[in-house]
Write a protein that binds this ligand. Structure first.
Ligand code: AP5
Ligand code: MG
Length: 188
């Protein structure tokens, strides 16, 4: 099993690179952001709860996310492995993921951290906001998402450094250049 975490701040290219990783390595994609946006669209109870947080650029509570993730993971059969995109986002989520995988006799193969500077993140997300229709792609919410990332999510880096699965990836350049760096890191 090849289980990969694609990590990084908002706009660092997690979704973009996930698509390429899936195409090359045949992994199943679990994006907690995509799942939550689908729930909002479906106007489900979970979607209604999550929308409050997403619109403010805050994290959806751990218990909600961990339950949702476990459901999704249990629904996967005969996958070669999983790419986790936008999860884990807190140390509590990282610990829960470790436990969930252990129960299945699996672990995380590699955690890839896309390193992108703040100016580039803001410029990418403002540009995407012109067409994405995402309620959180406006300057005020983008700045909040980056702050939440720095305060609540960046400690996850230390967790995977301790686990010995951490790899930093320079996340600036063309999409193909970055994908080459990622491919090399996965194949190592
Ligand atoms: P989520 O959907 O995960 O959003 P995010 O982390 O803010 O990141 P984005 O999806 O905006 O960016 P990305 O890194 O995927 O970059 P992308 O490839 O799109 O989460 C949204 C919200 O849901 C959270 O704020 C939270 O409320 C909630 N949530 C989700 N997961 C949660 C969890 N685990 N716990 C709690 N709450 C959770 O690229 C961005 C743009 O840049 C695109 O337009 C792309 O075309 C462009 N681009 C990509 N690569 C390049 C490049 N190399 N050069 C130039 N442009 C590029
Ligand atoms: Mg994304």
């Amino acid at each position: 099993m090849l289980n990969v975490i694609i990590f990084g701040p908002p706009g660092s290219g997690k979704g973009t690179q996930s698509e390429k990783i899936i195409a090359k390595f045949g992994l199943a994609h679990i994006s907690t952001g995509d799942i939550l946006r689908a729930e909002i669209k479906a106007e489900s109870k979970l979607g209604k709860e999550a929308a409050q947080f997403i619109n403010r650029g805050e994290l959806v509570p751990d218990a909600t996310i961990i339950g949702m993730l476990e459901n999704k993971l249990n629904g996967l059969t005969d996958a070669k492995g999983v790419i986790f995109d936008g999860f884990p986002r807190t140390v509590a989520q990282a610990e829960a993921l470790k436990e969930m995988l252990q129960k299945r006799g699996e672990d995380i193969s590699v955690m890839l951290n896309l390193e992108v500077n703040r100016e580039e993140l803001i410029s990418r997300l403002l540009k995407r906001g012109e067409t994405s229709g995402r309620s959180d792609d406006n300057l005020e919410t983008i700045e909040k998402r980056i702050k939440v990332y720095e305060e609540q999510t960046s400690p996850v880096i230390g967790f995977y450094k301790t686990e010995g699965t951490y790899k930093g990836i320079k996340g600036v350049g063309t999409i193909d250049e970055i994908f080459d760096r990622i491919s090399n890191a996965i194949e190592e």
